[in-house]
Ligand binder design. Structure first.
Ligand code: AMP
Length: 282
C-alpha cells in the first residue's frame, strides 16, 4: 500500500494500532536495494506492521549537486517492495508534509557524536537527519524504528535524538548488508560503473585489514597501512580513515582495555562519495 499524505497514513495506522499491532518504521531516501531489504526483513522480525518512508531529505545535504544527483525512482521502489514485502506500507510524503513551508534544519546538541567524520566533513548533516526523523517519528509514532549499522554514526545520533527530544520509540540497529565481495550496498552504488564497483571493494578490504591488524598493531600503524592502500588506488580519494571509541565516536590514538573500537572510512570514487565502517575488536 502506497500512501502519500500524512493524514491518510495516520488514519490507516490508527486502525492498525487499535487492533493491538506493533508498528515499525524504516526511514529511507529511496533507490531501494538489498541493504534496505535486509533492514525491512529485520524490522518484520520485531514488529507486526512496517512503514517504509521514502523521502529525499533536502536539509541533510550540505552539497546542492549531491542532492540533485541523488537517485530517485519511487515507482521502481514501490514495485520492488510489492515484490519482496507486499504487506509493507510505503509512505512517500512531499516536502510540505514534513517541513510545512519552512525547509530548514533545527539544531540539536548531539555532543561528541557529531564532532568527527560525517559531522566534521558534512557540516549540518546530522541536524538535517535529526529534523526529518523527529518529524517522521511524530507522524508515524512507531513502537520501534530501524537503522542500518552501515551508517553507524547516524545510528548513534538517532539514539541520542530520541533521548533529547523525549520521543517514545525504540531505536534498533541492523547489520550492514554487503555484496559477495564485501561492498556495502548503497543507493550511491547505482551511480558507479561496473569497473568502479570493482574498485569500490577496496573500502571493505581496507576495513578488514584494519580489523586483522587491530590486536597486534598500534593505531598509527593501522592508519598508515590503510592510507597506503588508498594511495595505491588513484581512482579513489580518501577523505578520512578514523578509528574511534564506540561509546563517544571520538578518534583515538591509543587502545584502552574493555572498550569497543570501530573503524570508519569515507572516500570519493570520482564524484561519488562512499562510506562504510566495521567493528574492530568484537
Ligand atoms: P538511506 O536510504 O541510504 O538513507 O538508508 C536508509 C536506511 O537503510 C538507513 O538506516 C541505512 O543505514 C540503511 N542502509 C543503507 N544501506 C544499508 C546496508 N547496506 N545494510 C544495512 N542497512 C543499510
Amino acid at each position: 500500500m502506497v500512501i502519500n499524505s500524512k493524514t491518510s497514513l495516520q488514519e490507516v495506522l490508527e486502525i492498525i494500532k487499535k487492533e493491538g499491532k506493533t508498528v515499525g518504521l524504516v526511514p529511507t531516501m529511496g533507490a531501494l536495494h538489498d541493504g534496505h531489504l535486509s533492514l525491512i526483513n529485520f524490522a518484520y522480525s520485531h514488529c507486526d506492521t512496517i512503514v517504509v518512508s521514502i523521502f529525499v531529505n533536502p536539509t541533510q545535504f550540505n552539497n546542492a549537486s549531491d542532492l540533485e544527483k541523488y537517485p530517485r525512482n519511487v515507482s521502481n521502489d514501490t514495485e520492488f517492495l510489492k515484490q519482496h514485502n507486499p504487506k509493507t506500507i510505503v509512505f512517500t510524503p512531499d516536502v510540505s508534509d514534513i517541513y510545512n513551508d519552512k525547509v530548514e534544519a533545527e539544531s540539536f546538541d548531539f555532543g561528541s557524536y557529531v564532532d568527527f567524520m560525517e559531522g566534521e566533513f558534512r557540516v549540518g548533516h546530522f541536524d538535517g537527519v535529526g529534523s526529518v526523523l523527529k518529524r517522521l517519528f511524530d507522524i508515524v509514532k512507531p513502537d520501534k524504528a530501524f537503522f542500518g549499522e552501515k551508517d553507524f554514526q547516524q545510528l548513534m545520533v538517532v539514539k541520542k535524538l530520541v533521548k533529547i527530544t523525549d520521543q517514545d520509540v525504540e531505536i534498533i540497529g541492523c547489520p550492514t548488508s554487503r555484496n559477495e565481495f564485501g561492498l556495502a550496498q548503497s543507493s550511491r552504488n547505482f551511480r558507479l560503473t561496473d569497473s568502479e564497483l570493482k574498485v569500490a571493494e577496496l573500502i571493505y578490504r581496507a576495513l578488514s585489514k584494519a580489523k586483522k591488524m587491530f590486536d597486534n598493531n598500534s593505531i598509527k600503524e593501522i592508519e598508515t597501512e590503510v592510507e597506503n592502500m588508498f594511495e595505491d588506488e588513484p581512482a579513489f580519494q580518501l577523505e578520512y580513515f578514523s578509528i574511534v571509541k564506540e561509546d563517544d565516536l571520538i578518534p583515538t590514538k591509543t587502545k584502552e582495555p574493555k572498550q569497543n573500537y570501530r573503524a570508519f572510512i569515507a572516500a570519493f570514487l570520482g564524484e561519488v562519495r562512499l562510506i562504510d565502517n566495521m567493528a574492530l575488536n568484537y
